[in-house]
Design a protein around this ligand. Structure first.
Ligand code: SF4
Length: 216
């Protein structure tokens, strides 16, 4: 018998999200998520990290190579740069909750044992993973969301989101049925890729200062 493939618009994490419990229950359940095909090639689910009472939630795109191997968000080079920028802007990284719009690493690989190249998640994958982000927001109830890059922005604010148009401003929007304040900025990995890394880094810190002011 030939196995039939589920239609792509049927992808959703919803059936895997527990209706009760805090971050520990969510993290445990997310480890078993099969809501879209991205779990197949990734090493593990990379759920958010931080405390329930964090005042700020940082939302990135998806785990990278190091995050996929270690099972923790923002532990690679981009995460280290982000920590430095947060400290410089006046936000203690250890007091933030960090997560991604998509919880599994999506990549391409020319051959086994070759380097895994990051591939951006598509809209269906972002939408499928949305229930995990909604659950994190409902438990943490942050005072502010820092949106890191275009993919996180599209996942939270819709496909018309353009980071260049709204970065460094405080937005007030309804997200997953809740009124939220958000400050968008670039993803720290874009700073690492920039031709003018110093200028890109200063831009990131400047946007994060807006977030720090909004929290004070
Ligand atoms: S990317 Fe999200 S929806 Fe897809 S399998 Fe992973 S946790 Fe589930």
């Amino acid at each position: 018998m030939v196995a039939t493939k589920a239609p792509e618009d049927a992808y959703s994490a919803e059936p895997f999200v527990p209706s009760r419990g805090g971050l520990v229950a969510l993290r445990k359940a997310a480890a078993e998520c099969r809501g879209c095909p991205l779990h197949r090639d990734a090493t593990q689910t990379v759920f958010g990290a931080g405390d329930t009472d964090a005042r700020v939630m940082l939302v990135g795109e998806q785990p990278g190579d190091q995050e996929d191997r270690q099972g923790k968000p923002f532990v690679g080079p981009a995460g280290k740069l982000l920590d430095r920028a947060l400290e410089e802007a006046g936000i203690d990284p250890s007091e933030a909750y960090v997560t991604n719009a998509v919880k599994h690493f999506k990549f391409t690989q020319a051959e086994p044992r070759k380097r895994r190249i990051h591939k951006a998640p598509n809209l269906r994958e972002m939408t499928a993973c949305g229930p995990w982000l909604a659950a994190e927001l409902a438990v943490v109830e942050p005072e502010l969301i820092v949106v890191l890059g275009a993919t996180a922005g599209k996942a939270l604010l819709g496909s018309s989101f353009r980071v260049t148009q709204v970065r460094g401003t405080v937005l007030e929007e309804e997200i997953h049925g809740r009124p939220e304040r958000l400050v968008p900025t670039v993803h720290p990995s874009s700073v690492l890729r920039s031709d003018d890394r110093d200028a890109a880094y200063r831009g990131l810190v400047s946007d994060l200062r807006v977030a720090a002011d909004a929290l004070s």
